[in-house]
Design a protein. Structure first.
Length: 317
């Protein structure tokens, strides 16, 4: 059953009414209310288009964090053939917040890396709510090095509120692991593409997104800090998160305008959580197009373009 966000209450009421009508038809009695159901379905579509056409930055945050948006493992299943998961950092740990392996995207061998949040209590605990520890970033580095050796493009799927902030992670070198991951991506001699599929939070996201091409789903977010964190620092009041979300310019259109990302992928009406198969198909098409472009470039060109891209960020044009 689809979970509704607060601003979707008008849609929820309409869809609940449709469900009631369909149950009446199922129960029998010779009632023909197909016209009424069709009329209400049209209203739902119209209402969703109106709501999602004018989402505020804070509402985009809520959509990006929706528990039913497709996650990295679903993208792997939907887009790849011959997927083989690879585990561990070869130093004794296997962080489940970052998952990855090798597979084929439309026949092309690729390395994939993603952050996985989980959908229920058990899987969220297993994947640490999508918040990697140093071992996760070292696993990512191992996969990037593997991709370089075998000349395989790298695709990352980012959905994390940030790196795990616990004392245990800091004691094992969290900051160094993130920095090394960024460096590893920057020097990869193969095409690299990052897709922000939900929440791209802080250095925990950048560690997997220092790539030739950075794409975002239409209702995803990408920011140096979570709105709640920014509000706590700036106003000492996490309740100001909606104000912080506006100031952070964390939506896909804002980031495209600022040239911090390269492409926005349109989502189905009502967000990827409503029609995950359609959303994942759109991501697959965009990945194919980007790979067709990037695989035409020599390794030296890929490296220099990637370097110049990130060095130019923040400069006035």
């Amino acid at each position: 059953m689809l979970q509704y966000l607060d601003f979707e209450k008008p849609v929820a009421e309409l869809e609940n009414k449709i469900a009631e009508f369909r149950q009446m038809v199922k129960d029998g009695g010779g009632i023909n209310i197909s016209d009424e159901i069709a009329k209400l379905s049209g209203k739902v579509e119209k209402q969703l288009r109106m709501l999602y056409a004018k989402l505020t930055p804070w509402q985009k945050v809520l959509v990006a964090r929706h528990a039913q948006r497709p996650q990295a493992l679903q993208y792997f299943d939907a887009l790849l053939t011959d997927f083989t998961p690879l585990a561990g950092d070869r130093l004794g740990y296997d962080d489940q917040a970052i998952i990855g392996g090798m597979g084929r995207l439309e026949g092309r061998p690729v390395i994939v890396i993603g952050t996985q949040r989980g959908y229920d209590t058990e899987s969220r605990l297993k994947h640490n709510f999508g918040m990697p520890k140093p071992e996760g970033y070292r696993k990512a580095q191992r996969l990037v090095d593997l991709a370089g050796r075998f000349k395989m493009p790298i695709l990352t799927f980012v959905d994390t509120s940030g790196a795990w902030p616990g004392i245990d992670a800091e004691a094992r070198g969290q900051a160094e692991a993130i920095a090394q991951s960024v460096e590893c991506f920057l020097r990869a001699p193969v095409p690299t593409i990052a897709t922000i599929i939900g929440e791209g939070g802080s250095g925990g996201a950048v560690a997997l997104a220092a790539t030739n091409s950075v794409m975002m789903l239409e209702h995803s977010i990408y920011s140096v800090i979570a709105p709640e964190g920014a509000a706590s620092i700036l106003w000492r009041d996490p309740k100001q998160a909606s104000v912080a979300a506006e100031a952070l310019k964390l939506t896909a259109p804002d980031l495209l305008k600022l040239k911090l990302i390269d492409r926005v992928i349109e989502e189905p009406v009502g967000g990827a959580q409503r029609r995950p198969e359609e959303a994942m198909k759109s991501v697959g098409a965009a990945l194919h197009e980007e790979l067709e472009r990037l695989t035409q470039l020599e390794p030296g060109v890929l490296l220099s373009q990637r370097r110049d891209k990130f060095l130019s960020m923040g400069h006035a044009h």
